[in-house]
Structure formats: structure tokens, C-alpha cells
Ligand binder design. Structure first.
Ligand SMILES: Cc1ncc(COP(=O)(O)OP(=O)(O)O)c(N)n1
Ligand SMILES: Cc1ncsc1CCOP(=O)(O)O
Ligand SMILES: [Mg+2]
Length: 525
């Protein structure tokens, strides 16, 4: 089997969909999206449609032989990193595709957009293009052969209604139907709310995440509402196609599914905001490139909030953006050595339970006292109760603590809060708490900590830094050392946190100073 993408710098993505002669949706929208987002798009055409911006006048499926030939030919030379499926013209095509993909592209992420109705109202699956009923009548197609074979299915309200065979009249019904589909299909579901008349100024989509190994266990098999401002435009032709192909593009680029969904939603949001008419009906979305604005990102709300504590009303201590080089150490003598070398901020990271009167508690008390003595900002990792009771400058917490720790107690104590994140989804969840800084990790492989997520890499770090640095100071962590510092600096992240680059150096104080000097000089030529 061909090795994935060893021949191309751009990830290859296939779109298996119908041709829209009007250019705004289907294969044409998908290829424009893939190109715009830095992927190489290949197409497998299921049907040719004759349509413009106001009507679908004919739909003609390709022959089974032609469908198979496109797939086999692409597989032989242009193996994909991700696949998007749009319009499937009939049941034999669907049955064949489900079998073929399962047998031929094992492990390749598949995003299924169960297209049934064009935005102009034509029913794209029906040979005579009549649109009998968009609400509550089960679709002619049985999608169950895809069960267990796809990463994500992205129905809008009308499609979900037809897949489930029930009318949907409010968010509770949408949630119920999405859960039914989730049980049936496995993988993840994005139930889109753009066509829900009961949702008003916000467009809210429900994301039900599957058992995805590369995201935090906290978010596996959990549901989240993703809301954007509703864009007041009629020019939305091809928005579903654009969303699903953008998700496939971001997944192919190595982003985890929740991050890919958020970026794709932001891409559609910008595309709708800048869309304009081409024909006399709804125009296509504008192509606006990589989304980089925080304002375009959806806000995230957990479907079942487990938080038992108040959210802070008082803010956390504010910090300047450049924290320089921020060492994270487990040893109190090392902490003292680095404070003497000028480290500020610095973190004491002792893992595990700490009993009253223990040596570890004594270390925390001493670290806080040393911080005062050196006028340095000492953060305590995890042990927020001890940090509060002994008056630390700040606390560093992980995603798992966001729900479990009474963050208002940290804010009320007048302290700073640093939060960890591993990707865009977690960064946006953390940002809602307005922390003092946000850690972005892990950037490179690390042996310091076992991570469920994959390293983010420099390209994703640059994107995350661009999106969130406008709102909060950002700190990159994970595998950072003198050799990769210039590349990390070039991403635009505000600061770096290091463990081994300092703690495993033969002279930690010298290693710290060298890193700090290199960071300070990062913008000088
Ligand atoms: C600056 C900084 N960034 C990230 C971490 C990791 O915190 P967390 O995710 O809570 O994991 P543990 O460190 O507790 O294992 C950090 N400590 N500091
Ligand atoms: C605690 C932590 N959180 C994310 S990566 C990491 C460890 C970073 O250690 P190193 O700098 O040695 O790779
Ligand atoms: Mg922690």
C-alpha cells in the first residue's frame, strides 16, 4: 500500500460527491475549500447535477463502473490522508462506497455529509428532483452501511430529521436525534443548527465526540454546543459542503477532530460574512483562507455541565505578555538555583498527593518564601489549596481541574492562574475563564510527561498563538530547548516553558541564562 503522503508536501484529501454545474456547492466547493486550506484535492464524482443558484434541473448518477474506476485509480497513486463524502446518488452507490472504503482505506478518517437537499430546495437524491418533504420523512437512502466506518457525520436539521424519521422542533429534539444517530453510527456527530428556525441570533451546532484516542479522556464521549453569531445572509450556497470538506482538510493536516470542527466552523463563518451573489439566487461562500481570528471561533458549552463550583467573578492577576523563559522544576534546590539565576516566573511541579507536614509541603512553603525573597512570581502546580494557604503568586492547573477546582477561591485570593491546553478546543475552553496565561502544549515529543495527545508541532503552534495571543499571554511547552528555540520564537508565541532543557543540563543556571538571553534576542537580527 502507498505510504500516506510521502510524495506530496500538501496532504491529499478526496471528495466523493456530486458535481454542481453552478460552481457553488458539491465537488466544486470542496476543491476550492481544499485548495484554500493548503490541501491537494482529488475528486470522485458520484453524480452530475445540472443546477444554478435557483434550481436543480437534472441529476444523473455516474455508472457503478465509473465510480469504482475513480476510486481504484486514485488509490493506486494519490492515497488520501482524509476523505469527505457528500452527495450519494442512490442506494447501490452507498452500499458499494461503504464496503469499498472499509476494505481499501482502513484507518483513513472519513467525514460524511449526508446531503439530501440543496440550499435552493431541490432534492438531490431523487431522480426527478422533486422535494417531497424536508421535514420528518425518512430519507430514501439507508446510511446504516456506514455505521462504524466513519469518523464524523454532519447532518443539518432537515437531514437529521430524515435520517431519524422524526420532526425536530427544538434543541432538545435535536439533541435526542443526534444521540440516536450517535448510538447507530459510532464515531462523532455534528448536528448542525444553521437551519433550525427556533435558534435565533446564534447558530448552535451540537458536537458529540466519539472515543477519540488522541484527545483528552475528559472530552471523549462528551457533547458540546458550539455557537457562532448567525450571519445574516442569503448567500449560503454550498455551506454544508464547505464545512465538511474544511473539516476533512484540517483533519488531513493533523488536527484532532474537535479542533478541525472549530476551525472549519470559523472558515464557514468568515465565508458567509464575505459571501456575495453570483447568479440571481443564493451566492456561494467566499474563500477566506486559514481562519486566524478569535472572533470567528465558536464559543463552547458542555452539554452536561459537571461543574459544582461558582465561576470566578473576580479576575485572576493579569500578567504582561512576555514571560520570557519559564522553568518548571520538581526540586526545591533547583528552584532556588534558578531564582538566583534570575528566573521569573518559575513553577514548582510536584506530582502526587501531598500530606500535611510532609517534605513536599515544606518544599511548597519554601518555594513561596523564596519567590518573595527574590521578588519573583512562583507558580505552584496542581496543589492549589497549599498555594492559597501559603500565599503563592499563582497556581498552574490542567484541563481536568477546570471542572473540579473552585477557581473562584484562587481569584478571591488575588492570585494568578495558568491553564494548560492541548489544541484549539481546549484553548477555547480555557479562555472562557480568562486565565493569567495559557500554556500551549506539547509542541515537540517529551519524555517528562506521558501525553494522550500528539505533539502540536510548529505550524499548529503558530496558528494557536495567532488566534489566542490577542486575548491572553501564551506559553509554549513540551520539548523546547536551545536548538529549536529560534523556530518556536518564529511562531509568535509570547513565551516558553522548559523542563529538561534546564533541569538535565550539566549547569542548570548557565543553561537557563543562555535560553533567557536567546529568547530576549529573538527578534534581533
Ligand atoms: C507552564 C506549564 N504548562 C503546562 C503544564 C502542565 O500542566 P498539567 O496539564 O496540569 O499537567 P501536570 O504538570 O500537572 O502534569 C505545566 N505544569 N506548566
Ligand atoms: C508538564 C508538561 N506539560 C505539557 S508538556 C510538559 C513537559 C515538558 O517538559 P520538557 O520541557 O522536558 O519536554
Ligand atoms: Mg496539573
Amino acid at each position: 500500500m502507498a505510504k500516506i503522503n510521502d510524495m506530496a508536501a500538501k496532504p491529499i484529501v478526496w471528495t466523493i460527491a456530486g458535481s454542481d454545474s453552478g460552481g457553488g456547492a458539491g465537488i466544486q466547493a470542496d476543491l476550492l475549500t481544499l485548495q484554500d486550506l493548503g490541501c491537494y484535492g482529488c475528486s470522485v464524482i458520484t453524480a452530475i447535477t445540472a443546477q444554478n443558484s435557483v434550481a436543480v434541473t437534472a441529476v444523473e448518477p455516474v455508472t457503478p463502473r465509473m465510480l469504482r474506476a475513480q476510486l481504484e485509480t486514485l488509490k493506486a497513486d494519490l492515497y488520501p490522508s482524509a476523505v469527505k463524502i457528500g452527495l450519494i446518488a442512490n442506494q447501490p452507490q452507498l452500499d458499494f462506497l461503504a464496503d469499498w472504503l472499509g476494505e481499501n482505506l482502513p484507518g483513513v478518517p472519513v467525514i460524511l455529509d449526508p446531503v439530501m437537499v440543496a440550499s435552493c430546495g431541490g432534492d438531490l437524491q431523487s431522480p426527478d428532483n422533486t422535494c417531497p418533504d424536508k421535514t420528518g420523512e425518512r430519507s430514501g437512502l439507508d446510511f446504516s452501511p456506514f455505521a462504524g466506518k466513519i469518523s464524523l457525520i454532519t447532518p443539518n436539521k432537515a437531514e437529521l430529521s430524515r435520517l431519524i424519521g422524526r420532526l425536530l422542533n427544538d434543541d432538545d429534539a435535536l439533541e435526542w436525534a443526534a444521540n440516536v444517530l450517535w448510538q447507530a453510527f459510532g464515531g462523532s456527530i455534528l448536528a448542525k443548527g444553521g437551519d433550525c428556525p427556533w435558534q435565533q441570533s446564534k447558530a448552535r451546532d451540537l458536537l458529540l465526540l466519539g472515543d477519540i484516542a488522541t484527545i483528552s479522556p475528559l472530552h471523549r464521549r462528551q457533547g458540546f454546543w458550539l455557537s457562532n453569531e448567525r450571519v445574516a445572509t442569503v448567500h449560503n450556497h454550498g455551506s454544508g459542503c464547505t464545512l465538511s470538506s474544511a473539516i476533512a482538510a484540517f483533519v488531513a493536516k493533523g488536527l484532532v477532530l474537535p479542533d478541525a470542527v472549530l476551525l472549519a466552523k470559523a472558515y464557514v463563518f468568515e465565508g458567509l460574512r464575505q459571501a456575495s451573489a453570483v447568479g440571481s439566487g443564493p451566492g456561494p461562500l467566499a474563500r477566506t483562507g486559514m481562519p486566524e481570528s478569535l472572533a470567528a471561533m465558536a464559543s463552547i458549552h458542555r452539554l452536561h455541565e459537571s461543574r459544582s463550583h461558582r465561576l470566578p467573578t473576580k479576575g485572576f492577576t493579569r500578567l504582561g505578555h512576555d514571560l520570557g523563559v519559564y522553568p518548571v522544576v520538581a526540586d526545591i534546590d533547583m528552584l532556588e538555583t534558578l531564582l538566583e539565576a534570575g528566573a521569573n516566573p518559575i513553577q514548582l511541579r510536584i506530582k502526587g498527593e501531598i500530606g500535611p507536614g510532609s517534605a513536599a509541603e515544606a518544599d511548597i512553603i519554601r518555594a513561596i518564601a523564596l519567590g518573595r525573597q527574590h521578588r519573583a512570581r512562583v507558580f505552584i502546580n496542581d496543589h492549589w489549596r497549599l498555594a492559597i494557604s501559603h500565599g503563592a503568586f499563582g497556581v498552574h492547573l490542567g484541563q481536568e481541574d477546570i471542572e473540579a477546582v473552585p477557581l473562584d477561591a484562587i481569584a478571591e485570593a488575588g492570585m494568578a492562574l495558568g491553564l494548560s491546553s492541548h489544541g484549539l478546543f481546549e484553548a477555547l475552553l480555557a479562555l472562557e475563564l480568562n486565565p493569567s496565561y495559557l500554556a500551549l502544549g506539547h509542541i515537540f515529543p517529551t519524555t517528562t510527561k506521558e501525553m494522550p495527545s500528539k505533539p502540536q508541532g510548529l505550524e499548529t503552534l503558530a496558528l494557536l498563538a495567532k488566534i489566542v495571543s490577542t486575548a491572553v499571554p501564551t506559553v509554549a511547552i513540551g520539548g523546547i530547548e536551545a536548538g529549536n528555540l529560534p523556530e518556536v520564537a518564529a511562531t509568535g508565541v509570547d513565551s516558553i516553558a522548559v523542563v529538561r532543557a534546564v533541569t538535565e543540563a550539566s549547569e542548570p543556571a548557565t543553561a537557563f541564562r543562555a535560553l533567557a538571553d536567546a529568547w530576549e534576542m529573538r527578534n534581533a537580527r
